[in-house]
Ligand binder design. Structure first.
Ligand code: PHE
Length: 338
């Protein structure tokens, strides 16, 4: 009996010394010490040997078990270390290899200009509002003093969704929406996309506008002029000259077109300003009392101004871009310049 278990121990030691992988060590652990392992079975059979032999036999078995456990553990550690050394040898990292190129994204020039303009007006206390791009005829035309068949509707080539729903042709559609929900005083800007059925070097069917309006008691044309002059000086520089030219919009009275001294030639006259020295940049005026009536304001008490500008147009002047179609094209070579 004793001889028998001693030779089991010797065999196990021999096998352990020959292992070369962690897997093999694990298998030997199972073979000898697992639930149905050779040594485990021997321990289980202890009850079937003569009583007087049991203590000696039991303690030998335990000694062998402990020594095998110890050996297996040692073998495991040795193999783990040499595994690691092998790994370190084969998986060396070359820190001098150049890294991967990560292209930087950037904001679209229209977004950049829009952000700049919004920052100027919010610094003056204007709040930012938005309105829907698919709009009722009422807010886009009717409420702005352009009833059905009004000739001014022809100024804007409208995309119709249905008889009385359109893609908004201008951000002025936001005016009455805001006035319906709020009482004066109001200082609001409403940036967003607008749509017109038109396409050439200076027109694209979807572009961006920013509407601004201010309503309170005693608001005058000089307030409009002051706000716009400040805005223009911040965007185009303090030397830029500003001129108000009489114009017409059904929803403002009086109306004006705002010109600035040409950003290219400084007013001397060039291709960009067609030799006039002036460039038109936005439409504006005092809000027509008809609009207040639609919004439920008393035009005897309140006055105010409104203005609207094309963002692409401002961006084109600011960055000397001569074709508006470059904006929606999204050619990276164009966008990377901003
Ligand atoms: N909505 C006008 C346009 O798109 C611009 C404008 C806005 C004019 C507000 C006057 C007042 O041309």
């Amino acid at each position: 009996m004793q001889n028998d278990i001693h030779s089991i121990g010797d065999n196990a030691r021999e096998e352990i010394s020959k292992t070369s992988t962690l897997r093999e060590v694990h298998d030997l652990k199972v073979k000898y010490l697992g639930k149905k392992g050779i040594l485990t079975e021997k321990l289980k059979s202890l009850g079937s040997i003569p009583k007087q032999d049991r203590p000696a036999f039991g303690s030998t078995l335990n000694e062998i078990k402990t020594s095998l456990e110890h050996l297996l553990h040692q073998r495991e550690e040795t193999l783990k270390t040499s595994d690691l050394i092998d790994k370190l040898k084969t998986e060396q990292i070359d820190v001098t290899v150049p890294g991967c190129y990560m292209p930087f994204g950037r904001l679209h020039p229209v977004t950049q200009v829009l952000d700049e303009i919004i920052a100027i007006f919010t610094s003056l206390g204007f709040t930012v509002e938005e309105g829907p791009e698919v709009e009722h005829d009422f807010y886009n035309f009717e409420a702005l003093n352009m009833p059905e068949d009004h000739p001014a509707r022809d100024m804007q080539d409208t995309f119709y969704i249905s008889h009385d729903v359109v893609l908004r042709t201008h951000t002025s559609s936001v005016q009455v929406r805001i006035m319906e929900k709020n009482d004066p005083p109001l200082r609001v800007i409403a940036p967003g996309k607008v749509y017109r059925c038109d396409a050439d070097v200076s027109h694209i069917p979807m572009f961006h506008q920013l509407e601004g309006f201010m309503v309170d008691k005693h608001i005058r044309m000089s307030d409009l002029k002051g706000v716009l002059e400040l805005f223009i000086h911040r965007v185009f520089g303090a030397d830029t000259k500003v001129r108000l030219r009489p114009s017409f919009f059904p929803f403002t009275e009086p109306s004006a077109e705002i010109d600035i001294s040409c950003v290219m030639c400084g007013g001397k006259g060039c291709n960009v300003c067609s030799g006039t020295g002036w460039i038109e940049i936005l439409g504006a005026g005092m809000i027509n009392p008809q609009v207040y009536e639609k919004a439920g304001y008393d035009p005897e008490i309140y006055t105010g101004f409104a203005f609207g500008m094309g963002i692409e147009r401002i961006a084109m002047l600011k960055y000397s871009i001569d074709d508006v179609r470059l904006f929606p094209e999204n050619d990276k070579r164009f966008l990377e310049q901003f």
